[in-house]
Design a protein around this ligand. Structure first.
Ligand SMILES: [Zn+2]
Length: 292
């Protein structure tokens, strides 16, 4: 586990206005990952797998929760002016959802489930319906997230606790859905994912279980079910080069980002913003540094 030995700035979902450089004067999305562009993974087109990546808001690299940020021009993606600042910042979690969808290898009119209806899960539901998936069953223990899941296009949204019995789960997913996206990574959520997918299906693991080198840093899978069903697993590592597709989805109205924003705070009230986020009473909390 990385030991924190200095204060650092959080924040990896951000957008900004460029003061100097090639994009001067433009509104931009900020790709928070700076890969080295020289390693085998980067040169093979998998920059999201770069072992030397510098990521905003980690102990090795300050993040974007500030008024001014110095960032490589190659990591700035120019945006249309008509996108709001909050929408621009939410292109980052949308990018993660697009990448997760890519790893799902879904076919039109197939079936899916999404476990965990935070912002990335909700964006996945929107994307799945937009991609022509026939049905999406959503799972989340929080009622306001289940309501948001239905607004996002889920065909059913239920509390995972109500799907404990095999017959109850069968009522929801029949013999199992083609692909399950697990966006929580609590042990019970992964077990639900494995139970809810059909034999021969795929489970896409989007959530992070816990910090590296801690007791939480494990995926705990029921081996016999995985074996008997012959499951395929995909693990999401951030996103690959998907920003342009994410922008296109928002510009064409196929994905609604603004509806995810439930709370906004100025940078001076950032402590309150974190309090609200930790209580999980809303969806996305946005902090807006005001710069004249
Ligand atoms: Zn690299």
């Amino acid at each position: 586990m990385t030991k924190l030995d200095r204060p650092f700035v959080l924040g990896h979902e951000a957008a900004g206005l460029v003061l100097e450089g090639p994009h001067q004067g433009q509104k931009v999305a900020i790709d928070p990952a700076i890969p080295d562009l020289t390693c085998r993974q980067c040169r093979s087109g998998y920059q999201n797998l770069c072992p030397q990546v510098k990521f905003a808001g980690t102990v090795v690299h300050d993040g974007a929760l500030c008024e001014f940020l110095s960032w490589p021009s190659v990591n700035l993606i120019p945006l249309p002016d008509r996108l709001s600042d909050a929408e621009c910042a939410l292109l980052e979690p949308l990018g993660v959802a697009v990448h997760a969808l890519d790893l799902g290898h879904l076919r039109v009119a197939s079936t899916a489930a999404v476990i965990g209806c935070g912002p990335v899960g909700l964006l996945l539901i929107q994307l799945l319906r937009g991609a022509g998936v026939a049905s999406v069953v959503a799972f989340d223990p929080l009622p306001h997230r289940r309501e948001a899941a239905c607004r996002s296009g889920a065909t059913a949204a239920v509390d995972p606790a109500s799907a404990g019995e095999p017959s109850a789960l069968r009522d929801l997913v029949g013999d199992g859905v083609d692909t399950v996206f697990e966006v929580v990574s609590a042990g019970e959520a992964i077990q639900l994912a494995v139970r809810a997918v059909r034999p021969g299906g795929r489970v896409v693991l989007v959530g992070l279980p816990g910090l590296a080198d801690t007791d939480d840093d494990w995926f705990r899978l029921p081996a016999s079910i995985c074996h008997d069903k012959g499951l395929t697993f995909s693990v999401v590592r951030r996103m690959n080069q998907v920003y342009l597709r994410a922008i296109s989805l928002v510009m064409r109205g196929q994905v609604d980002l603004a509806g995810l924003v439930t709370d906004r705070f100025p940078l001076s009230d950032v402590v309150e913003a974190f309090d609200v986020a930790v209580r999980r009473g809303g969806l996305k909390v946005v902090v807006e540094p005001a710069v004249e």
